[in-house]
Design a protein around this ligand. Structure first.
Ligand code: PLP
Length: 386
């Protein structure tokens, strides 16, 4: 028996030929311009002490012991979901093991045969995977383009049966571009056309809306059918939740297979989340302010250095410089890493060919000097290359 079947070996050779081979890198000790730890909570000593104190006062089992529908639904889940619905101003919250699980669970179970899903062409892979697992028809619309969405809405409405539902899906901050749709206009369009709007808030969770999310910041809670918030990024933990009505929660508990057929999160993870959210509520304001300052400074520096045109327009902590070609972007990332900065290349096919990029994730803890230095290095590398 071969170690790997021939067809799979061929697929891997193609990846290699296209300079697109993925691996599991171990990068350590560099200045972080890459992780999703936007506010630096994973490195906060006060927070790790608070988490271990919490567990000393309320000792927990080491594992969940079963699915949430069986023995895995420990009391901390209830406490967390109560907190989340209050904090994120939602009727209910349902915790999943990850954002990937939440999206797959939602999109594979909620839209039904005969329904339509219209999704932004750049939505996360977990949304696409969930859609593929379900029975509804789906079409993409051009990125952040409400005109295109409206056109597709109109043509489906004209042809569809009266009981067909339309679900519209977007992200509040796009993971690979860092930009955002006009959420107010989108919510209005969906309300006017009786569509269900779903917003993935992975990259806004815990930052926008005073430690809540983008929809809260804009006061659009009532116009959104479901929000997906995730805990692996700003919260520095793991897991995710779907925010929506009690009725939606009840439906998902009954039909979302990625919730039902998996072992629940361990109590330690939920305890960590409770402590992190409390910390964010008490001390997060300063970090959010510093992050915003760093974003503004980063953008101002790109202007001053004359390299702003390399970047995709974004007001978030995700700032991407387009460096076409897998080999080029990999080489530039490697050179920045040699200079002590952890910046990762985003290759095709993760993004479209020709749109390969360096993805700079900014953090509250990045210093002014680090930002100035990395952008100067980028400018020099770009000029040497052209
Ligand atoms: C927009 C978006 N949604 C969902 C996910 C998945 O979340 P998780 O890492 O918790 O599985 C990610 C993570 O990369 C993301 O960027």
């Amino acid at each position: 028996m071969e170690k790997l079947p021939k067809k799979l070996r061929q697929k891997l050779s193609e990846r290699l030929m296209n300079d697109a081979m993925r691996s599991l890198p171990l990068v350590d000790g560099l200045v972080d311009f890459s992780s999703n730890d936007y506010l630096g909570l994973t490195r906060n000593e006060k927070l790790s002490k608070a988490a271990s104190d919490f567990l000393k006062i309320k000792p927990q089992k080491n594992g969940a012991t079963g699915s949430r529908l069986l023995t895995g639904n420990h009391a901390l889940y209830h406490e967390l979901e109560m907190f989340l619905k209050e904090h994120h101003r939602s009727e209910s919250a349902l915790v999943f093991n990850s954002g990937y699980d939440a999206n797959v669970g939602f999109f594979s179970s909620v839209p039904q045969r005969g329904d339509l899903i219209l999704y932004d062409e750049l939505v996360h892979a977990s949304i696409r995977d969930g859609i593929q697992m379900g029975n509804a028809k789906s079409y993409k619309f051009a990125h952040n383009n409400l005109e295109d969405l409206n056109k597709k809405l109109m043509s489906f409405r004209a042809e569809s049966r009266s009981d067909s539902e339309i679900y519209v899906v977007t992200e509040s901050i796009f993971s690979m571009d860092g930009d955002s749709p006009d959420l107010k206009a989108l919510a209005n369009l969906c309300s006017e056309n009786d569509c269900y709007l779903i917003v993935d808030e992975a990259h806004a969770t815990g930052i926008l809306g005073e430690g809540r999310d983008f929809i809260c910041q804009l006061g659009l809670e009532e116009q959104v059918f479901a929000r997906i918030i995730t805990f692996g990024k700003t919260l520095g933990c793991h897991g995710a939740a779907i925010l929506g009505s009690e009725a939606l929660k009840n439906y998902l508990v009954n039909f979302a297979r990625s919730l039902i057929y998996t072992t629940a999160l361990p109590p330690h993870t939920i305890a960590n989340l409770l402590v992190s959210y409390r910390f964010l509520k008490d001390f997060g304001k300063e970090q959010c302010k510093q992050l915003q300052w760093n974003i503004d400074f980063f953008k101002q520096q790109t202007e001053e250095l004359g390299i702003a045109d390399l970047f995709i327009g974004s007001n978030s902590a995700i700032q991407c410089a387009i460096i076409p070609g897998n080999a080029n972007v990999k080489s530039m990332a490697a050179q920045l890493q040699l200079e002590g900065f952890d910046v990762r290349p985003i290759l095709s096919p993760t993004v479209k060919e020709g749109e390969e990029r360096l993805r700079f994730c900014l953090h509250a803890f990045n210093t002014k000097e680090e930002i100035s230095r990395i952008l100067l290095l980028l400018k020099n590398l770009w000029n040497e290359r052209v």
